[in-house]
Ligand binder design. Structure first.
Ligand code: 2AM
Length: 173
């Protein structure tokens, strides 16, 4: 099964992201991430054997041990990839303990022998995929802050018309 570990986002931040997504709908073409799917990925594991899931959960628990809830605040819009087919995201002005948790969880996955995408962690919330940024200025994004309280192991199901993310295990900080 396809797995990733992500920070769940506080309500005020989710509302601001939905507002930014609404502003983008007026000016940028592409595939919008549904507002019930916003998250910040800490580690993308990809396909993992079902028999290894307990090991992943154990590594996630260990990686998050000792961390307490912390505040984050939304920042500017940014993009990855080609301007004609970009991943468009909103970044963070204040990331709190997110980089430290990402590092700790990744170290714990390494120790457990669980593979993951090794690209450097860059805190972002994807709002659109295949976005055409060649025309039209980006809007000023809505800003908000709130407290991150949960780090979650998600299963990603890509079999339907849009990705569905099911929580398999939640760590309450
Ligand atoms: P993205 O939003 O920047 O695309 C589920 O696919 C989550 O895992 C998304 O948040 C996605 O980040 C992230 N992710 C990180 N590395 C990935 C990869 N190599 N393939 C697919 N998703 C990846």
């Amino acid at each position: 099964m396809r797995l990733f570990i992500a920070a769940e986002l506080p309500e005020a931040v989710l509302e601001a992201l939905a507002e930014t997504s609404g502003l983008l709908r007026g000016c940028i073409r592409g595939r919008y991430v549904s507002s019930d799917s916003f998250h910040i990925t800490l580690a993308f594991l990809g396909d993992v054997e079902g028999s290894r899931v307990d090991t992943v959960i154990d590594a996630l628990d260990r990686g998050c041990a000792g961390f307490a809830p912390f505040d984050i605040s939304l920042g500017d819009l940014g993009s990855f990839g080609k301007r004609s087919k970009a991943t468009l995201w909103q970044g963070l002005q204040g990331a709190g303990d997110l980089p430290a948790i990402a590092q700790s969880v990744r170290a714990s996955l390494n120790t457990a022998g669980i593979a993951f995408d090794g690209k450097a962690f860059r805190a972002h919330i994807t709002l659109m995929r295949a976005a055409d940024l060649r025309e039209g200025a980006l809007p000023t994004p809505a800003l908000a802050q709130g407290t991150v309280e949960r780090i979650t192991l998600f299963r990603s199901d890509l079999s339907g018309s849009r990705p569905v993310y099911d929580p398999l295990h939640v760590v309450c900080l």
